[in-house]
Design a protein around this ligand. Structure first.
Ligand code: NAD
Ligand code: UDP
Length: 345
């Protein structure tokens, strides 16, 4: 029998792709998800891809009784914690909701992890914890903090909690995975990113312009101090990111303490480079206009990903072209994501 992993937020974008990577690596998976930003169809699709079942508990990670039931009914070896709210802009309007879900949720989960003697935890952190003053490329040894929105602060807070928890409990080992910009979809086109309403993120927006759901892309600012004036980000394929979680789980075996890893490609790509790469992969032209800068955007950041390579043996293997091809494949196969067409979509 394979080792059993509890995946919180497993029906979500990164979670569902990670389920595929985990099952393919021989892990058994158990999912808890409130479906507040996802669909159970994603889990059915994961099962179609892998041919292996996913045990699903529908509920909130703050529900202590449900966590108790999950840990009692399943012998959980490790936890991968994706569940949380992730819209940066919304987090400034609804800070309490973000701290409730992301911080309180993590605390309740951590109590259960400790109570049931789970020894390994992988946490979805973000490049945003490096804050607005950090020099690029971001390296794990930089001081974190100076976050500029409640979402980023919630990730930073949970990192501190986990560091203290692992210090106090030598049995526990924690990997803080700091993701850069995950994009793309599983090559089957069966699972992918399915934002509710108007997408905040660049790739889902472009993909919806490409299928005619949105008129044009707004490029947020072309007067940044970058080669073409648009922002640079480190985009990585979601299947590479998913593999990073498998590598982190293997690595945590027998370790103690907390360790942070950047998961990115190590390269910065501009918004206009992305538009061109998508056009090339899809053969569809993307109308865009330059709009004012978006509040809070940093001009440029990318990862120093050498620590993940050295310690985890992980590198991002899939290039920009594959990221675009797979995004396009997912979008054309599922123009309405997992749902049906509605007016707000
Ligand atoms: P997502 O919204 O697709 O997935 C999150 C999942 O968690 C959803 O299925 C949602 O229904 C579930 N969920 C939310 N709150 C919950 C709660 N209280 N209890 C139970 N389930 C809950 O987001 P994603 O893009 O897959 O991101 C996964 C994780 O990675 C998040 O923690 C996010 O902050 C982090 N992250 C994402 C990115 C990104 O660009 N996508 C970058 C850095 C970090
Ligand atoms: N962006 C854009 N138009 C959009 C969405 C995003 O020009 O409709 C830009 C945004 O300003 C940033 C980059 O694309 O420079 C990536 O934005 P995203 O929201 O995807 O990721 P993040 O801001 O988290 O890096």
């Amino acid at each position: 029998m394979g080792r059993r992993v509890l995946v919180t937020g497993g029906a979500g974008y990164i979670g569902s792709h990670t389920l595929v990577a985990l099952q393919e690596a021989g892990f058994e998976v158990v999912v808890i998800d409130s479906l507040c930003n996802s669909s159970e169809i994603a889990l059915q699709r994961v099962q179609m891809i892998t041919g292996t079942s996913v045990r699903f508990y529908h509920g909130d990670i703050r529900d202590r009784a449900l966590l108790e039931q999950i840990f009692t009914e399943n012998s959980i070896h490790a936890v991968i914690h994706f569940a949380g709210l992730k819209a940066v802009g919304e987090s400034s309007q609804k800070p309490i909701d973000y701290y409730q879900s992301n911080v309180t949720g993590s605390l309740v989960l951590l109590e259960a992890i400790q109570a049931y003697g789970v020894k390994q935890l992988v946490f979805s952190s973000s490049a945003t914890v490096y804050g607005s003053e950090a020099p690029v490329p971001y390296v794990e040894t930089l001081q974190t903090g100076s976050t500029s929105n409640p979402y980023g602060t919630s990730k930073w807070m949970v990192e501190q909690v986990l560091k203290d928890a692992a210090l106090a409990n030598p049995e526990l080992s924690v990997a803080l995975l700091r993701y850069f910009n995950p994009v793309g979809a599983h090559p089957s086109g069966l699972i992918g990113e399915d934002p509710q309403g108007i997408p905040n993120n660049l790739l889902p927006y472009i993909a919806q312009v490409a299928v005619g759901k949105r008129k044009e892309l707004s490029v947020f600012g072309d007067d940044y101090p970058t080669p073409d004036g648009t922002c640079l980000r480190d985009y990585l394929h979601v299947m590479d990111l998913a593999e990073g979680h498998v590598c982190a789980l293997e690595w945590l075996e027998g370790k103690t303490g907390t360790i942070a890893f950047n998961l990115g490609t190590g390269k910065g790509t501009s918004v206009l480079d992305i538009v061109r790469a998508f056009e090339q992969a899809s053969g569809v032209s993307i109308p865009y206009r330059v709009a004012p800068r978006r509040a809070g955007d940093l001009p440029a950041f990318w990862a120093d990903a050498s620590k993940a390579k050295q310690d985890l043996g992980w590198v991002a293997r899939l290039g920009l072209d594959q990221m675009m091809v797979d995004t396009w494949h997912w979008q054309t196969n599922n123009p309405h994501g997992y749902g049906i067409a509605t007016n707000d979509r």
